[in-house]
Ligand binder design. Structure first.
Ligand SMILES: *Cc1c(COP(=O)(O)O)cnc(C)c1O
Length: 402
């Protein structure tokens, strides 16, 4: 029998709720605290003897619960919890899994903030970290120690768009007795890391998931036991460090989640078009949707079909001076914005080595094959990408780069 394929977009539909007043949009419940019918109910809620009551919004609130149900459905996990930033999600997930004396194996190409946290910050908790190339499974295996508690990677790496083999990394994690945590920020719906084998999936919802660049937010998706441990009133990292997402914001993100599949499809279609056109004019574009990309086959094997290959591409202009001149020209001509971040409806571009990966030391940048002239695009939702490419090409010609 054919296994029914997982459809993250349809999964979200299945948890849509009708509010008490029969409004079709989710209600905002902005209460910081919640009242109990009886004193004993409050006591029993604290001890965990009774379920079903909201206590205080740093722990749970109804608006965040609605968003979490949709995110869990999208990932195929039992549960989720939402945070005020992607870094809030990443740091809480990591600190919940690793304590004093533990060891973490992490990808050396992780997001700059994550890299800085692992490289500069966790040592104060007595946690050790080894950075490896997580696309090289032998390196990951060799780095594991008896006290390794986490293997941490991103499904699609920044800015070279390398793909992690989640199923194989899970096997290594199981052997080591570690949890596999995967940051899927670049590729929501395109990949379902939990279904592929990750224990925990983390997101910066600031990017594609929200898609409007009007807030910073994050999410942690995993088993119910893990989410419960995060918000345990005595020992939960999320409960005690307190990075909860505001309920107004979670309601607006939930509404944007319902258009995510269409946006991912269009981001992917436009990125593919742009990558092909750059290659045609002799500027090598890095895009895992192209057969020429070293991880193309691995991506095809793991991806959910029908959501495209993601909205990120990169090209290499050789030097930071050239990259800057080109980005300034593109912004002047209205192609998009010279800005960090990604997943916006307009195109964003930045020079990775000097911006979003600047926390990563030069030696690692060199080792991962990152040039200082690398321009990363988060390709927008332009209706006519051919017209946009003509403008990009005119900028290249005026600068005599092509
Ligand atoms: C932006 C980003 C983060 C950090 O998220 P914030 O919402 O900015 O805190 C983490 N991982 C990846 C891959 C990102 O792109």
């Amino acid at each position: 029998m054919m296994k029914k394929k997982f459809d993250p977009a349809m999964a979200i539909n299945s948890v849509a709720e009708i509010s008490a007043e029969r409004g079709i949009n989710p209600n905002v419940n902005d209460s910081a605290t919640f009242c109990f019918p009886k004193g004993q109910t409050m006591t029993d809620t604290f001890t965990g003897d009774v379920q079903g009551y909201y206590l205080y919004s740093r722990h749970w609130n109804p608006s965040n619960m609605s968003l979490c149900k949709a995110l869990a459905a999208m990932e195929g996990t039992e549960a989720a919890w939402v945070t005020g930033s992607g870094m809030g999600a990443i740091t809480c997930a990591l600190l919940q899994c690793a304590k004093k004396g533990d060891h973490i194996v992490a990808s050396m190409t992780v997001y700059g903030g994550t890299f800085a946290f692992l490289n500069n910050y966790v040592e104060r908790f007595g946690i050790e970290v080894t950075f490896v190339d997580t696309t090289n499974l032998e390196q990951v295996k060799a780095a594991c120690r008896p006290n390794t508690k986490v293997i941490y990677t991103e499904t699609m790496s920044n800015p070279l768009l390398r793909i992690s083999n989640i199923g194989e990394l899970r096997k290594i994690a199981d052997k080591a007795g570690a949890k596999l945590i995967v940051d899927n920020t670049f590729t929501p719906m395109v990949f379902s890391p939990y279904i592929l084998g990750a224990h925990i999936v983390v997101y910066s919802m600031t990017k594609f998931i929200n898609g409007k660049n009007d807030c910073v937010a994050g999410a942690i998706c995993g088993d119910q036991d893990f989410i419960n441990s995060l918000i345990d009133v005595n020992t939960g990292t999320a409960m005690l460090l307190g990075p909860v997402l505001d309920s107004f914001r979670s309601t607006s993100i939930l509404k944007n989640l319902y258009t995510l599949h269409i946006r991912m499809q269009k981001h992917g279609e436009n990125a593919m078009y742009l990558a092909k056109r750059f290659n045609e004019i002799g500027i090598k574009a890095n895009y895992p949707g192209l057969e020429s990309h070293q991880d193309h086959k691995l991506m095809v094997d793991q991806m959910n079909k029908g959501f495209g290959f993601g909205g990120m591409i990169s090209i290499d202009l050789g030097t930071a001076e050239k990259a800057n001149a080109f980005m300034e020209a593109m912004q002047d001509k209205g192609v998009g914005y010279l800005a960090v971040s990604l997943g916006y409806f307009r195109t964003l571009f930045s020079c990775s080595g000097k911006s979003t990966s600047s926390e990563v030391p030069q030696e690692y940048q060199t080792e991962m094959g990152m040039s200082e002239g690398l321009v990363r695009y988060s390709v927008g939702l332009d209706n006519d990408m051919e017209a946009t490419f003509e403008v990009i090409q005119s900028a290249l010609k005026e600068l005599k780069f092509a």
